[in-house]
Design a protein around this ligand. Structure first.
Ligand code: SPV
Ligand code: MG
Length: 554
């Protein structure tokens, strides 16, 4: 038995309606519905994201995406493979363009069985002959014999394993020039053979044939249309004619063709990516679309936790205050007693069990050539800040993470204390720095104000949270300490940070922001940021004074 219509509130314990049931509801509802073309998993997701209630898996578009003609050059099992990706990627129903059914009744039987197995909601088959030709190519295409095509419809309906699976019979009589009477005769026969709906196709540039068909057909069965050629027709005309469903048939594939051509030509001509970067989807949107967050959550749940959190080290800036020392290398690669600073930092991490280390490079990136690290690049390091560098490692910001400036060193117990601290976002704050008068007065300090100052009491383990962080020396007298440039994120904390980066990307504040601005954004978004107080035992490298201190620390 097919699902009762209309689908209302299914009640608290009912199974949600299947995709096929939802397609059936769309086709049979009095309101006009719209489904949009997709041709692979990604475009299917984009259709869903746009809010469409269903997907048209277009034969033309899927063929074009494979670089072949819409003439059954892609085999039906190759189409099935693509459909499986599309169905897995989305929750909304897919109506697949099944062309002629890939042969006779027997091919349709097998096709429908396989489509049901793969969660496809319905198929549209057209009354032409295998191998098909696209309806907009040439004139007077041969049509299938009515009785033979009715056999295909019956065979399809008899083979569905889901009672709600929809079979739409597509009538090509108007396209082939056989006239309205023949179109209506065929519609009647196909409906009688068991088709759930009819698709009346027209290649005229006005909707006259469609409105004429609908006027004669009435409400015998739902009518589906494809207004590719009569695209200027106002949608209200379709509503007034009583059409059930509109298929926007190939517009994502055509949009992709235009966009890909534009980008390829621009990159080829300019030999640079600079002109296109702002015009195309950021890589992190691709990660979002393909569900990177879900994988990270699954990794957090299923992967053995032996590797410790992943570390992301921000090492894109030059450190111009160090003058000639950073002429050919970034400051993180300055030698500190026979070894680059960054190598010492990575070793400290490794010793505490952190082996998955990503370094965001920028200035003189080729100089960062350490073993055992992954590199991602912020090629716009000159115009962007720490938050933008962190965003370059966006796809690593999943699951538990440690975020650190790349130019700091700390004793191992500082790190171990942080790793043991509770909280989704924990920052390390040096409570003693404000009393340190030997520092150059104009050096960059990330000041913090916390829920309470450090006490150092043996029994004092009350939670401390971050209230504000800023890098300007104004207000330094109100600070409870200095952020040392080291923070730990739980998987949830990493999600919060990604959300803040996304928001900053959208409002244009990401590019120039430093980490204090990122933490400020997180606080504004209601995130609780914990503070892990330390008292010294770390150093950063901003100037020659720091370098001298560093060389003494190690
Ligand atoms: C398709 O999208 O493949 C179709 C619709 O069959 S049309 O190309 O308009 O015939
Ligand atoms: Mg087609």
């Amino acid at each position: 038995m097919a699902t009762e219509l209309p689908i209302g509130n299914p009640g608290p314990h009912a199974e949600p309606p299947s995709k096929a049931a939802r397609l059936r509801a769309l086709l049979h509802a009095p309101a006009l519905s719209f489904i949009m073309e997709a041709h692979n998993g990604l475009s299917a997701k984009i259709v869903e994201e746009a809010g469409f209630e269903g997907i048209w898996a277009s034969g033309l578009s899927m063929s074009a995406a494979l670089g072949v003609r819409d003439s059954n050059e892609a085999s039906w099992t190759q189409v099935l493979e693509m459909l499986e990706f599309m169905a897995d990627a989305t929750e909304i129903p897919i109506l697949v363009d099944g062309d002629t059914g890939y042969g006779n009744f027997n091919n349709v039987r097998r096709l429908v069985r396989k489509l049901c197995q793969r969660g496809i909601a319905g198929v549209c088959i057209e009354d032409k002959l295998f191998p098909k030709t696209n309806s907009f190519i040439g004139e007077n295409q041969p049509l299938a014999d009515v009785d033979e095509f009715c056999g295909r419809i019956k065979a399809g309906k008899d083979s569905q394993s889901d009672d709600d699976f929809q079979l739409v019979a597509r009538i090509e009589a108007l396209i082939a020039g056989w006239g309205m009477d023949e179109a209506l005769r065929r519609a009647e026969a196909y409906h009688a053979a068991g088709a759930d709906a009819v698709l009346i196709h027209s290649k005229k540039d006005t909707a006259d044939e469609i409105t004429g068909f609908c006027a004669s057909w009435g409400e015998r069965a739902p009518v589906v249309i494809v207004p590719t050629m009569y695209h200027r027709t106002p949608t209200q005309t379709f509503r007034d004619a009583g059409v059930s469903m509109v298929i926007w048939a190939n517009h994502n594939m055509r949009a992709a063709v235009s966009a890909m051509r534009q980008v390829s030509q621009a990159v080829r001509a300019s030999e640079s990516l600079a002109g296109v970067e702002g015009e195309i989807a950021p890589v992190r949107e691709v990660f979002e679309l393909t569900g990177q967050a879900e994988l990270a959550a699954a990794e957090a749940r299923y992967l053995a936790a032996g590797g410790g959190p992943r570390a992301i080290l921000l090492a894109a800036s030059r450190g111009a205050q160090l003058g000639p020392l950073t002429e050919r290398r970034p400051k993180c690669m300055i030698d500190v007693r026979g070894e680059p600073l960054l190598q010492r930092l990575v070793r400290t991490l490794n010793r505490s069990g952190l082996h998955d280390v990503t370094v965001v490079r920028g200035y003189c990136k080729g100089a960062i050539d350490l073993a055992g690290i992954e590199a991602v690049d912020n090629d716009r390091y000159e115009d962007t800040g720490e938050a933008a560098s962190l965003a370059c490692a966006y796809n690593r910001l999943y699951g538990p993470c440690l975020v650190s400036y790349g130019d700091i060193l700390f004793r191992r117990h500082v790190l171990d204390g942080l790793l043991a601290a509770e909280g989704d976002i924990v920052t390390v704050v040096d409570a003693r720095r404000r009393a340190d008068s030997s520092r150059a007065p104009d050096r960059a300090v990330d000041w913090v104000r916390c829920s309470r100052p450090f006490t150092g009491g043996y029994l004092d383990d009350e939670r401390v949270t971050l209230e504000a962080m800023w890098s300007d020396s104004a207000g330094a007298e109100d600070a409870h300490g200095e952020f040392i440039g080291l923070a730990r994120l739980s998987a949830e904390g990493a999600t919060l940070v990604r959300g803040a980066l996304d928001a900053m990307g959208r409002d244009g504040s990401l590019e120039g922001a430093d980490l204090p601005e990122l933490f400020t954004r997180l606080i504004d978004r209601g995130a609780a940021i914990d503070v892990h107080y330390v008292t010294g035992h770390w150093l950063d490298l901003d100037d020659a004074f720091d370098l001298a201190s560093l060389r003494n620390l190690v």
